[in-house]
Design a protein around this ligand. Sequence first.
Ligand code: BYC
Length: 334
Amino acid sequence: MYTQAMDTMAPGEGRKAVRSAEEMQLEERFEARIDEGDFIEAKDWMPEHYRKTLIRQISQHAHSEIVGMLPEGNWISRAPTLKRKLILLAKVQDEGGHGLYLYAAAETLGRTRDEMLDALHTGKAKYSSIFNYPTLSWADMGTVGWLVDGAAIMNQVPLCRCSYAPYSRAMIRICREESFHQRQGYEALLTMMQQGTDAQRAMVQDSVNRWWWPSIMMFGPPDDQSPNTAQSMRWGIKRMSNDELRQKFIDATAEQAKVLGVTLPDPDLQWNEERQHYDFGAIDWSEFWRVIGGDGPCNRERLGARVKAWDDGAWVREAALAHSAKQQPAARAA
Ligand code: BYC
């Protein structure tokens, strides 16, 4: 299976490296700190694999926030009222901010922002599968808030306790804002379902039908097909597994769907008294692997939009560098 981790390894790193006694001691100390629930700061010693796992996850997370601005940004000019427009504008701006906190957190691990963006633009780095689906109606703005941001919070609240302190601090701030994102989406859908026309209710149901399965895929592959989960949980990077989070999300969302009055498009979804959880139908993992492999409905469009934004912004970067170069001699003379 293709994994981005391969690209972030130095040559020969895959082989079992010969470690000095000093390195072994450092590693033992690091593992002991993790076992004690200690947080690791940027300047602390850490194993190379821990550093690379974090760079991979945090940079993918940052890319997801930035690419995630596109499907909603598309609807700002078509929002039905001034209030909805202001809410959507604020949400999309928040996502830009989240991307920036996360790039900054990844930079503390020694990867430059240019390197991360280059990996995105050349298709080496992943971003969340969910943003490769189109937003076809206004109801999608509500559904993205309810299901996509809802899944994002479920996944991100445990990351507030990630063992890497700069990521954990970024996540605390991000989760506060994400909770507003989820609630505004749910409230927009509730308004359409309770005060809208039959056509608006049908639009909401159609939107939920399209977003349900991709949303539950956001948590990643099943645990027995997830190459990174075991080690990431051992290191306290991930606090809950993909399947645990997916189940928690389905349990919460199935109840919210009843209040909303929509049907989730899974005939096998039903409460299991014995497990005290909802059972659910089979997920089409071939679709997930296809989408993260670059062949989803909007992969080319999303990446094309990011590359164009980068190219169109070249003059701003050049002007900023020229301005900074002009300031330097003046600053030295002063
Ligand atoms: N999409 O071993 P696994 C948001 C990849 S959106 C694409 O389980 P891991 C937002 C995975 O990277 C959410 N790729 O990996 C909401 C790996 O490939 P590589 C963004 C995926 O890292 C609204 C391979 O599959 N959130 O915030 O242990 C508006 C095997 O997977 C996906 C985050 O990024 C996927 N859905 O677990 C705007 C949260 N799932 O890297 C923005 C932080 C798996 O080996 N990230 N893959 O080539 C995480 O919690 C974890 O990285 C994941 C995956 C749970 C996503």
